[in-house]
Structure formats: structure tokens, C-alpha cells
Design a protein around this ligand. Structure first.
Ligand code: NAD
Length: 366
């Protein structure tokens, strides 16, 4: 079975990470159609694919009879509308993060997926990394006791391409903080309340050589209340030049778990168990794990007829948390969160927890 792909958005993420992911999948996928408003990118897509895949509009991709699944890799503001149209056209969908920029749009996407019976995989794919799975399994087994406090961070200096990142509807929280919010919710469950500081610390940037007045947020601290006095923070921004700190820190009543690297590119983890009385260091078992793993996951879901590990409701919840953070910052108060989501379900993908198995591999055990 070959899953025939329609690509919407031939920008930065298409050319390197997603093309590499498509190549890795070999005969399991084929690019059948693509669209980007930029004619040079369309011409380049034809060249690298070796076929006339570039079409005259997004609708032509969505309605193409030879497209089974659509990858929405555009700027954020287009995500919700295009992903929904693809589902309504009967296609499976992978949508880059965030799934939408408004909550109603996210809800409509979930409804469209349900009505069509098609698979909707929402980025980011952080819950799929072997290291995340190894940590999540330890949390589930209670190895850290009850996790009551957590910290997560992800940031960098910010994109030098794509003006939209800095325009209204873009921003660091949607682009970067979403990884941390998604990870933490997978480990701690739904957020109940948010308090946040969200701002624009660097009001002018240079994008592709031209000055840009920044309209979006680029700097944020979120305080998340998971209920029962379980709290977490998210630190994110286009304001972090470098760091040498864990990506995710989980503090439980019996121990500690720390993911190193970034949650989209883990570099192993460390565990403290009161019972053992030592730090256990688990080097990364899957250093080549790609953050585009959502595409492999989409293909596996289609091939096996399985539901994605992360339900789209989880992605909608992350969006609600981020929108609430912005509101909290504007209004100077805590915002209640209403939505919930099903816990990540790995049952259909039992072998791919690799991390769990491989961590006990003598090469990676300490
Ligand atoms: N760049 C990264 O490192 C990175 C990593 C992970 C995820 N992402 C996500 O991937 C998405 C794309 O990011 P990027 O860095 O490639 O941005 P980009 O600006 O380089 O590319 C976006 C492309 O979408 C095209 N586009 C806009 N409207 C469209 C439409 N209606 N139909 C088809 N194409 C349209 C633009 O012309 C542009 O070529 C974003 O959602 C981003 O959050 C980016």
C-alpha cells in the first residue's frame, strides 16, 4: 500500500525535514500533489519529485483523486482552515502545530475528522519519541511517586525566515511553547488553570534581511495548575540564545525524572529514585529520532487502521491553554481551562516504545 500525499506549504520544513522523512518512508508514500503560492517553490517541488506534482491552488490538492493524505505545512494561520477542508474532502491529515489558532476552528477540525472517519494527526509528535515514552512509562508505574511539580522549557533566538512568525497570529508560544504544553499534558493530564506572563521583548527583528516590527509574543512564562496542587511552569521564547538545562523536569513524591535536550529532540534522561539513592543516567537510545515522526505515525495509523497515540483533543487542549495564557497576561488574572482530552493511547503501537526496551540495553544502561 502506498499512501499518496498532497503537500500544502513548500516552505522551510518541507525542504529538509519532511522531504527526508518522505524519503525514509520509501515506497510507503509518494508525493502526488503539492501547492504553495510561491511559483519558485512549486517549480522546485516538480524538480525534486521528478513529476508535475505542483498544482494551481490548495483546492486542487484537496480535491485531487490520487491524494490519500494531506500534510498541512503552511504558516500557522492557514492550518485550521486547510486541515478542515482536507478532512471534508475525505483525506487523512497531518497538520503542523498549532492545529488551528482559534479554539472554534480546532473544534471544527475534530468534528470534521469524526464525521469523515479519516485520521487526523496533530503536531508536535513529542509523545512518540522513545525517550518520552520511557519517561511516561516510569511515571505511569509510579517510579517517581506522585508527580506534583514540573518545569519545561524550549526556546531559541527565533526564525530569520517567515515574517508570519512575528505577525499577529504567529509567536513563540504557538511555535515553541506548544511542545512543552503538549509534553506536560501527556504526563500530568489536563490543565485546570493558567497564569502567565506573555510579551514582546524584542520589538524589531530582521527577517530575510528586512526589518520587521514584531506584532506577536516572543517571550513567555506560564504557570499551569493541574489540580490537587500539582503545578508546572513553561518557559519559552524567541529570546533564548542557548541553554544547558533539562527540557522537562518532573518532581514526584518518590523521585525525579529529567529529560535532557529538547522535547522534540531528546538527549536521554536522568532518574532519581529515593529507593535507589543514586542518579541513574540513561543516554539517548534514538539520537536519530526525527521530530517529523508524526508523518510516519500518520502512515502507520492508515496502514493499521489505528487511531493516533495523541488524540486531536489533546492538541485542542494545548491550544486552549496557550490562548488562556495570552488572556491571562492581558487581563492579569488566572484563567480556568474547560476542555479535557483522552490520555495518550500507545496500545496500538506497543513495539515502538523502544525507549523502554532499549533503556535496559547494556549499551545504554548505567
Ligand atoms: N521551521 C521549523 O523549524 C519548524 C519546525 C517544526 C514545525 N514547524 C511548523 O511548520 C510550519 C511551516 O513552517 P516553516 O518554517 O516551513 O514556514 P515557511 O514560512 O518557511 O513556509 C510556509 C509556507 O507555506 C506557504 N503557504 C502560505 N499559505 C499557504 C496556502 N494557503 N497554501 C499552501 N501554502 C501556503 C508559504 O508560501 C510558505 O512557503 C509552521 O506551522 C511551523 O510552526 C516549523
Amino acid at each position: 500500500m502506498t499512501v499518496r500525499l498532497g503537500i500544502l506549504g513548500l516552505g522551510s520544513v518541507y525542504w529538509t525535514p519532511y522531504r527526508a522523512a518522505i524519503e525514509r518512508l520509501g515506497g510507503r508514500v509518494r508525493v502526488a500533489a503539492a501547492y504553495d503560492p510561491d511559483p519558485d517553490k512549486r517549480a522546485a517541488a516538480d524538480r525534486v519529485t521528478g513529476a508535475s506534482v505542483a498544482l494551481a491552488g490548495a483546492e486542487a490538492v484537496l480535491e485531487h483523486p490520487e491524494v490519500d493524505a494531506v500534510l498541512v505545512l503552511t504558516s500557522m494561520r492557514e492550518h485550521g482552515r486547510l486541515a478542515r477542508a482536507a478532512l471534508e474532502a475525505g483525506k487523512h491529515v497531518l497538520v503542523e502545530k498549532p492545529m488551528a489558532t482559534a479554539l472554534e476552528e480546532a473544534g471544527a477540525l475534530i468534528d470534521a475528522a469524526r464525521a469523515s472517519g479519516r485520521t487526523l494527526v496533530c503536531a508536535p509528535a513529542v509523545l512518540l519519541s522513545p525517550t518520552y515514552r520511557a519517561i511516561a512509562a516510569r511515571v505511569a508505574r509510579g517510579e517517581a511517586g506522585r508527580v506534583v511539580l514540573a518545569r519545561a522549557r524550549y526556546g531559541w533566538a527565533g526564525p530569520w525566515w517567515g515574517r508570519w512568525y512575528y505577525e499577529a497570529g504567529g509567536g513563540a508560544l504557538f511555535d515553541l511553547g506548544i511542545y512543552n504544553v503538549t509534553s506536560l499534558c501527556g504526563l500530568l493530564g489536563p490543565v485546570r488553570r493558567v497564569v502567565a506572563l506573555v510579551g514582546t521583548a524584542i520589538p524589531e527583528r530582521t527577517v530575510e534581511g528586512a526589518p520587521v516590527r514584531v506584532e506577536s509574543d516572543d517571550n513567555a512564562h506560564l504557570l499551569l495548575d493541574f489540580g490537587e496542587s500539582r503545578f508546572a511552569t513553561v518557559t519559552t521564547g524567541f529570546t533564548m540564545q542557548r541553554y544547558r538545562s533539562p527540557a522537562v523536569e518532573l518532581y514526584g513524591t518518590e523521585g525525579v525524572l529529567q529529560m535532557l535536550g529538547d522535547d522534540w529532540a531528546p538527549e536521554g534522561f536522568e532518574q532519581w529514585r529515593n529507593a535507589a539513592g543514586v542518579w541513574e543516567v540513561h543516554p539517548e537510545t534514538a539520537p536519530q529520532w526525527p521530530w517529523t515522526a508524526g508523518l510516519d505515525h500518520l502512515v502507520e495509523c492508515i496502514e493499521r487502521g489505528a487511531a493516533p497515540v495523541m488524540a486531536p483533543e489533546h492538541a485542542r487542549h494545548a491550544l486552549e491553554v496557550m490562548l488562556a495564557a495570552k488572556r491571562s497576561a492581558e487581563e492579569g488574572r488566572a484563567i480556568e481551562i474547560e476542555s479535557g482530552f483522552p490520555a495518550p493511547d500507545y496500545a496500538a503501537f506497543p513495539d515502538e516504545g523502544g525507549g523502554e526496551r532499549r533503556v535496559h540495553d547494556p549499551r545504554s544502561a548505567v
